[in-house]
Design a protein around this ligand. Structure first.
Ligand SMILES: [Zn+2]
Length: 422
């Protein structure tokens, strides 16, 4: 009997602990005592939406009718050009800092930092919350520094106290909260009293990227994910409209998606002696950090000889167009040797998924991403040429009336200022 009781108690405690875990895992985090400065109350509102992996042509290809209609009332770019490497974390962070990955430090979804002797990985909760990985001043941090409140429903970097500041309101990343609840949370933020109401809100969708990787960019599942996002953004825009506030929408993606060669993955295992190197793999790019610097040349020669579906570079010889060589390496996180895959080949020890990204956008146009913007601050019916994603930061700063150090970032205001109403 006692045994039975103990078992029941154990199960009960396990359930309670699970319930607590589940709750904290998905609960909103609120930083206490944050208020907008009195001079900030009249500022406009911006919702920055990212749809991961939403390729530049998906809106047309999959007839995303709501997005087409919203964009027709605002601004549409031919494409948004991701920074290299065209992977998720570096590009989301380039969008919000105005800097190339090697300049802001988040050079991959996976990074090895030889000075720290530690690794960053986008799925490692401890690493993503550690501000030492993130350089630059993200737009929400810039806002908070100037007493303009921010909120984040997911964005790479938003869970770390960068420059000592977290967004006033944010959710730790999880994929458990239904979209209706997520939209409701944004409306609640915009319904707060004006001194507590956030002016810059990040909102992130993972579904299109997931489908693109798993099934490929041309698959019906990817079309379905695009339609899901199309409906969700429309629902969000309708819900926000009801608040009557002057809310601007900036819709971006971090990169595109291409069909890769699944049958011949590039397996580097025979060429890399892991007792001599620390390696960071990012699918289309591999950073090789050589422990004994005297061995760099010998290891490079082996990798160079193995070139067939990739190119091997010494760090100082990486072509400058990538912004990924020695002179750009502000955080000393780029490998002594850099390997770059030739599309459609992909570094992997097992059969890779059919869809991938990470390639240089000027060589692989499928990497092109999307930029749309609409709302009271934007010109209507404006069509603009493709531009690099580092230029979004100055646009956001200008819309929100935030001061930033121009010399500290790569983006230029002149690229996008023409999309704003005077
Ligand atoms: Zn992505």
């Amino acid at each position: 009997m006692e045994k039975c009781y103990n078992l029941a108690l154990a199960i009960f405690l396990w359930l309670v602990s699970f319930a607590c875990f589940a709750q904290t895992d998905t609960a909103q985090q609120v930083i206490p005592n944050r208020l907008n400065g009195t001079d900030q109350l009249t500022k406009p509102y911006v919702i920055l939406i990212s749809v991961d992996g939403f390729r530049y042509d998906y809106m047309e290809k999959y007839e995303a009718r709501h997005l087409q209609q919203l964009a027709s009332k605002g601004v549409e770019a031919d494409a948004l050009l991701p920074s290299f490497p065209s992977v998720t974390f570096p590009n989301h962070y380039s969008i919000v800092t105005g800097m190339y990955p090697a300049h802001h430090g988040l050079i991959g979804n996976t990074i090895y930092d030889p000075a720290k002797k530690s690794r960053y990985n986008m799925s490692n909760a401890k690493a993503v919350k550690d501000p030492s990985w993130y350089g630059g001043i993200p737009i929400w941090t810039l806002a908070e520094q100037q007493h303009l409140l921010s909120a984040s429903f997911y964005w790479p970097g938003s869970e770390a106290p960068i420059a000592g500041l977290l967004p006033s309101y944010y959710y730790p990343y999880n994929e458990k909260i239904p979209i209706a609840q997520r939209i409701h949370a944004v409306v609640e933020w915009l319904s707060l009293p004006e001194e507590k109401r956030p002016h810059i809100i990040n909102f992130y969708f993972p579904e299109v990227d997931h489908a693109g990787h798993r099934y490929g960019p041309d698959a019906p599942e990817t079309a379905q994910a695009v339609h899901f996002v199309d409906s969700a953004v429309y629902a969000l825009s309708l819900a926000v409209q009801k608040t009557g506030l002057p809310v601007n929408f900036v819709f971006v993606s971090d990169h595109g998606m291409t069909t890769i060669n699944q049958d011949e993955p590039i397996n580097l295992s025979p060429l890399l002696d892991t007792t001599k190197v620390d390696v960071a793999f990012n699918g289309t790019i591999v950073d090789v950090h050589v422990r004994d610097k005297k061995e760099i040349k010998a290891i490079y020669n082996v990798l160079k000889a193995g070139e067939e579906h990739y190119r091997a570079y010494l760090k100082k010889k990486v072509p400058s167009k990538y912004h990924y060589g020695k002179k750009d390496d502000r955080f000393k996180r780029i490998g002594d040797i850099v390997l770059i895959a030739n599309a459609p080949y992909y570094f992997s020890i097992k059969r890779p998924n059919p869809g991938a990204h990470g390639y240089y956008v000027y060589d692989t146009p499928d990497m092109k991403a999307t930029f749309l913007a609409w709302g009271p601050g934007f010109k209507e019916g404006a069509h603009i040429p493709a531009f690099e994603n580092i230029h979004i930061y100055p646009l956001l700063a200008k819309m929100l009336g935030l001061h930033y150090e121009h010399h500290a970032i790569d983006g230029k205001m002149k690229v996008l200022e023409g999309v704003l109403k005077n």
